[in-house]
Write a protein that binds this ligand. Structure first.
Ligand code: ZN
Length: 481
């Protein structure tokens, strides 16, 4: 590509022009920007056209360049004014300028301990900004970007795929049809209800997780509250899966077993328990996280998964796979989940390369990515099972069992949300107490405690008191919330 060096006076937002020019801007505070840059071929072409005595109309460049030289700034350099169509781009330009004015990411030492992740040394968003900053950070590169987008895109795919499936294969949206079996009235197919709950549970956990990772840096209270919401999403997902696998993917022999008989109430209980334990672990343990914090999260969640997957596991070991297309999909989803669980439990590979996997490649991102793939594969498998068994569902289970499922799902959601709300209140009370304590120290009412605390932190020891977590680097007023 040939290029020409010119002094460009840009009278519109920087981004549109820099997109064409392929060069980053240095200032976006106003709508005017001066810079010297290398114009690409299309602009050079136009520039030469305007110099010629018989200029041809522009064909190749969508922006209009008007040369007026010599420039007042530099008589040796021609000056070109660039004007762009204003109206269609105005909202986009204000959006892009607000994006470019976002604060830069910071290192781990610049955020309170609560927000730090083991072996992740940079790419943190500063704490204590407005909500809009964290919403806009969706389009910024930081150490949560992939965590957010992986679940957000998976959520969009799940919703679209279900819409297509419901319309094309499900015989009407969410089992609701205008004509019943007798050809009259509004008719709700109860057999579709577990499928609808299942898809809702997928969307719930994906959206809660994306929201938690996107907004958690707002404040300590927001961090706790959003991750409690994330755990609610996990519980809802677990029970949604349990319902779908029980009604669509289980064999009659497994349903007659002891596990099959207690499956649904046990799955609901374990789902709620995993939500409660994850919230409790989040509330109780602080940096540096002890092993039992992870155990407190992983054990109930793992037990819930073992139970929820038992109808599929039974089917995988007791049947031949050849005549059933859903079997391969189930095998893949189990494999993907086990891999995801590994990366959730172990901070790999960042443990071996601290600081090198901050933006891309750390274990939690791999966990998100694998879990998203697992979800999409599982959804396909459940759709296959639903189609193959739909005709016999009512005969096999009876209406009563579907009604129990219809009631139990909202009850589980309610209990999980209630648990998260109670935990949030506990956090709020604790933070208020710590604030009071901090102010007393600063006023000197607790003589000597500040010095003791700084000395402890200098030695790298973390005390049990929450106050130390909030002011991890001895700068008493570093973080205000
Ligand atoms: Zn996550």
């Amino acid at each position: 590509m040939t290029a020409l060096s010119v002094n460009v006076q840009i009278t519109y937002t920087s981004y549109c022009v820099t997109n064409y020019l392929g060069k980053a801007c240095t200032s976006t505070n106003s709508n005017k920007l001066s810079m010297t840059t290398q114009l690409p071929t299309c602009c050079t072409f136009l520039y030469r056209q305007t110099l010629s005595p018989h200029p041809q109309p522009p064909h190749r460049c969508p922006i209009l360049l008007t040369p007026s030289f010599p420039s007042v700034h530099n008589p040796t350099m021609p000056s070109i004014s660039v004007s762009l169509p204003l109206k269609p781009m105005s909202s986009l330009s204000s959006f892009l300028s607000s994006l470019s004015s976002l604060p830069h990411t910071v290192r781990d030492t610049e955020v309170p301990l609560l927000f730090r992740e083991p072996y992740i040394l940079s790419g943190y968003r500063p704490v204590g900004h407005s909500w809009s900053f964290y919403f806009l950070s969706l389009f910024q590169i930081h150490n949560e970007t992939i965590n957010v987008w992986s679940h957000l895109l998976a959520g969009v795919y799940v919703a679209l795929r279900f819409s297509v499936f419901a319309v094309m294969c499900g015989g009407g949206l969410v089992g609701l049809t205008l004509n019943g079996p007798d050809g009259l009235g509004l008719y709700l197919d109860l057999g579709c209800l577990p499928l609808v709950y299942y898809v809702l549970s997928l969307l719930t956990y994906l959206c809660c997780s994306a929201a938690a990772h996107l907004l958690q840096s707002h404040s300590e209270l927001a961090h706790y509250a959003l991750f409690f919401l994330d755990y609610v999403g996990v519980a809802v997902y677990q029970y949604g899966c349990a319902l779908a696998l029980y009604f669509y993917s289980s064999d009659p022999a497994w349903r007659r077993s002891r596990v099959g008989e207690v499956f649904l109430p046990a799955a609901a209980l374990l789902a709620w328990l995993s939500c409660a334990c994850c919230c409790f672990a989040k509330l109780s343990y602080r940096h540096p996280y002890p092993l039992h914090r992870k155990l407190c999260q992983v054990v109930p969640t793992g037990l819930a998964y073992l139970l929820d997957i038992s109808p599929v596991a039974h089917r995988l070991v007791s049947r031949t796979w050849g005549d059933d297309p859903a079997m391969t999909l189930h095998a893949i989803q189990v494999l993907l989940f086990l891999l995801a669980a590994f990366f959730f439990s172990c901070p790999m590979p960042e443990r071996f390369f601290p600081g090198r996997c901050d933006i891309i490649g750390h274990g939690h991102q791999l966990f998100h990515f694998l879990l998203s793939l697992c979800t999409l594969t599982q959804q396909e498998a459940v759709f296959e099972d639903f189609l193959s068994r739909r005709a016999s569902l009512m005969r096999e289970y009876g209406e009563c069992r579907f009604l129990v499922a219809a009631v139990s799902f909202p009850v589980l959601v309610f209990c999980s949300v209630l648990t998260a709300v109670v935990m949030r209140r506990l956090v709020e009370r604790r933070l208020r107490k710590e604030d009071r304590w901090g102010k007393e120290v600063e006023r000197g009412e607790r003589v000597g405690e500040r010095e003791i605390r700084c000395e402890e932190e200098r030695r790298g020891r973390e005390g049990k008191r929450g106050r130390r977590e909030r002011y991890g680097d001895c700068k008493m007023n570093s973080y205000t919330f």
